[in-house]
Design a protein around this ligand. Structure first.
Ligand code: NAD
Ligand code: DAU
Length: 354
């Protein structure tokens, strides 16, 4: 079989999920040329990619997806034939503080990428792919017993999810109006190594390590469906290569946890790993003011992806959580670097009233 060469632009590759997608593609497809385009916001960390930065099929370019002129020049110079778009503002709490930033990056940035891809691919769409990495949050909050399918109406409830939903609509509109070959996937909550410690799991790990309160929003009864980040990356690989153009695919772990139960499970692992008395970490649990408009439950039905493209999650939650804790414990430098500077200012601002 002839080796197919591809030049793929992956946006947001210095972030949490993007770095795992970059690593998978760079290692699995030595014949591809992988470009990581990232603005390097507070959420980015090129240390995430230290192990693959010298691979000959990998290149990093610093740039902003909101800058259309920059994108047009990049697409002209690089002749990419695939885009996997992960760059975004991704934290719901930040979207409540500064919604305009989310419209700018997530909506205008996505529109500009679509426009630059269309302009560059224009006459020849054969073999091209524009893949939008989206989120289950665009479906809103699920009633108990219900699951989000790809046909569930879009009903976003936070500025973050509204911006991702708007971006998804633009992707579909470019498919419909201009026949741009697009794909969209919507995944549930990811966890794993390199997760920025303002999100639930790494924040709790970091606070246990530094003996700080573990802030549980509201009563801790909100439910999330957790997926190990490498399983999300493998789903993206399969959808990019085998997904049907114009389709949406849900990705999820079928692994629902109430926040408070998850935090207790994490505390137990941390006590074991740190040789502490059982119950020590859980004493840090502190109930704080709820997130505004806090979605109660996310629950993904990923049967379309499983039955049509043969994907399934490979890491159980028990194994994944332990692997994640081990990673944070043996990568204290990573954690210390991230928790210094801008992150600390943000943390102080966000939690001062809680
Ligand atoms: P992240 O916040 O860790 O990383 C986002 C990356 O995008 C950062 O490296 C940042 O520098 C970059 N970026 C931001 N604005 C940019 C701009 N204007 N130009 C170029 N780069 C820019 O996010 P994540 O958690 O890795 O999520 C990645 C994608 O996956 C997002 O689109 C998110 O909506 C989606 N998603 C995330 C989850 C999750 O649980 N984290 C679940 C489902 C979907
Ligand atoms: O569902 C996919 C989404 O998952 C992605 O699209 C987002 O980019 C990603 O950030 C994540 O969103 P959540 O809001 O679900 O993740 P977060 O880690 O911020 O919060 C998870 C749950 O934990 C949520 O119910 C809020 C709660 N929480 C969070 C933090 C940071 C707390 O109780 N305390 C906290 O300190």
């Amino acid at each position: 079989m002839a080796i197919m060469k591809r030049k793929i632009l992956i946006t947001g590759g210095a972030g949490f999920i993007g770095s795992h997608v970059i690593r998978l593609f760079v290692k699995k497809y030595p014949e591809y040329s992988i470009i990581n385009l990232d603005k390097l916001t507070y959420a980015a960390n090129l240390e995430n990619l230290h192990d693959i930065e010298s691979y000959p099929n990998y290149r990093f370019i610093k740039g902003d997806i909101v800058d259309l002129n920059f994108l047009n020049i990049l697409f002209q110079k690089e002749a990419v034939d695939g885009v996997i778009h992960l760059a975004a503002e991704s934290h719901v709490d930040r979207s409540l503080e500064n919604p305009a930033e989310f419209v700018n990056t997530n909506v205008l940035g996505t529109l500009n990428l679509l426009q630059a891809a269309l302009k560059s691919w224009g006459g020849n769409l054969e073999g091209k792919r524009f893949y939008q990495v989206s989120t289950d949050e665009v479906y809103g909050s699920a009633e108990h017993g219900d699951f989000f399918t790809e046909k569930t109406p879009i009903d976003p409830k936070s500025p973050y999810s509204a911006s991702k939903a708007a971006a998804d609509h633009f992707v579909s509109a470019y498919q419909n109006s201009f026949k741009l070959p697009t794909l969209i996937s919507r995944c549930s909550n990811n966890y794993g190594p390199n997760h920025f410690p303002e999100k639930l799991i790494p924040l709790m790990i970091n606070n246990i390590l530094t003996d700080k309160p573990l802030p549980v929003y509201g009563k801790g009864e909100n439910i999330r469906d957790w997926l190990y980040v490498e399983d999300h990356a493998s789903a993206i690989d399969i959808i990019f290569h085998s997904g049907k153009i114009g389709e949406v695919y849900n990705i999820g772990g079928n692994n629902e946890w109430k926040n408070i139960d998850l935090i207790h499970a994490l505390c137990k692992i941390m006590d074991e790993k740190l040789n502490k008395e059982p119950g020590t970490s859980a004493k840090l649990i502190t109930y704080v003011k709820d997130r505004a408009g806090h979605d109660l439950r996310y629950a993904i039905d990923s049967s379309k992806l499983q039955s049509q493209l043969g994907w399934s999650p490979s890491v159980t939650f028990e194994a994944g959580l332990e692997k994640t804790v081990d990673w944070y414990l043996s990568n204290r430098d990573w954690l210390n670097h991230v928790t210094s500077g801008a992150y600390k200012d943000y943390y102080a601002g966000m939690y001062q009233n809680r």
